[in-house]
Design a protein around this ligand. Structure first.
Ligand code: KG4
Ligand code: ZN
Length: 333
């Protein structure tokens, strides 16, 4: 099955054609980062308007590279969660194409897409696995038992890990997206230079909380100002370390507790070099814990991952596309 997937839930306009949920024939991502940077974060109305401008060229490029509309058997589109105006652009275009081409269409949950991105790698995971989804809007631990079978085990009580990176970076005067900027600066910094509180919730031990950490950074900056040079690198490395340690500790704890032999990292924050290294170090402590980390390109928003989830949804029996609508608060499980 050759599936065209469309993704417009946030600030990336993306389309991809994937064969049998495994082989990527085309994968096009047009990012709006430059447009939102001057505002320090994603402006929903600007995102919607730019999706409208970008969507047809992006879809056209993906479909042409895969052999044209005749090569497409089915469609999938991210229908939630995300920014409602942004989602609507992808959903309406997908519905239009599905009607014109007389092909089935299915709506995909964006988080399921992230969870399944690892299936496009050379060494895909096997079920069951523990999925750590860390993005700009979510920080969640899922038990994945099979395609379409997920159970939420823990999540953030306040900010998402990506938000903690982005808001922290903003405080330090670094450009959006903050995660990328902090990751880069932290490489030459000392993660033990400054002690930050761990992003952990007492009592609910598979939940996260990043607001205390953000406040601690604010107090630090108010007291000492924003340092330059090595001081800034140390501050970034220490702040990043607090986020990463919380993520790794809870993900491994959940995998052990629920006897899940594989840990899968997913979402934009899984592109973080320190998180990837720390997860590998920690997983190596356990002989029977396998770590699967998708390529960086598959961690941040893309449509190929939506195609993986969409293909499986079609195999389970596609829904009636006429009833498909954007669902900005769609909870996965
Ligand atoms: O999954 P994603 O591309 O979009 C959402 O679904 O939200 O994730 C975006 C988030 C942003 O918060 C961004 O700062 C973060 O992923 N991010 C990173 C890195 N690359 C992207 N965070 C830390 N280190 C990175 N290298
Ligand atoms: Zn995402």
């Amino acid at each position: 099955m050759r599936l065209l997937a469309i993704e417009t839930s946030c600030d990336e306009t993306a389309a991809a054609v994937v064969e049998d949920g495994r082989r990527v024939l085309s994968d096009v991502v047009s990012t709006q980062i430059e447009i939102h940077r001057r505002w320090g974060g994603v402006v929903p109305e600007l995102a919607s308007r730019n999706h409208v401008v970008q969507i047809m060229p992006v879809v056209d490029e993906a479909v042409t590279a895969a052999g044209g509309p005749g090569a497409i058997d089915a469609l999938a589109v991210t229908s939630g969660p995300g920014l409602v105006g942004a989602l609507l652009v992808g959903v309406q275009v997908a519905k239009g194409l599905a009607a014109a081409w007389e092909k089935p269409l299915v709506g995909v949950n964006h988080l399921e897409g992230h969870l399944l991105a690892a299936f496009l790698g050379d060494e895909p995971p096997t079920f069951p696995f523990l999925g750590l989804v860390v993005s700009g809007g979510h920080t969640s631990l899922y038990e994945a038992r099979g395609f379409g079978q997920y159970r939420l085990l823990g999540q953030t009580r306040d900010d998402a890990a990506g938000e903690a990176f982005d808001k922290g970076a903003k405080l330090l005067g670094l450009p959006y997206p903050g995660g990328v900027a902090i990751d880069r600066l932290a490489r030459t910094g000392d993660p033990a230079a400054i002690r930050f509180p761990k992003a952990i919730v007492k009592g609910a031990d598979l939940d996260f909380s990043f607001s205390g950490l953000k406040t601690a950074l604010l107090h630090h900056v108010r007291k000492h100002g924003v340092p330059e040079g090595q001081g800034l690198a140390d501050l970034c490395a220490s702040y990043q370390e607090a986020i990463v340690q919380a993520l790794v500790q809870k993900a491994v704890r959940a995998a052990r507790r629920f006897q899940l032999p594989t840990l899968v990292l997913a979402g934009g924050v899984a592109a973080n070099s320190r998180l990837r290294a720390a997860a590998a170090q920690r997983a190596a402590d356990y002989e029977d814990l396998r770590l699967v980390v998708p390529a960086v390109r598959l961690c941040t928003d893309n449509a190929a991952m939506i195609a993986v989830a969409g293909t499986q949804a079609h195999l389970r029996g596609a829904l009636d596309a006429r009833r498909l609508d954007a669902d900005p608060a769609w909870r996965l499980q």
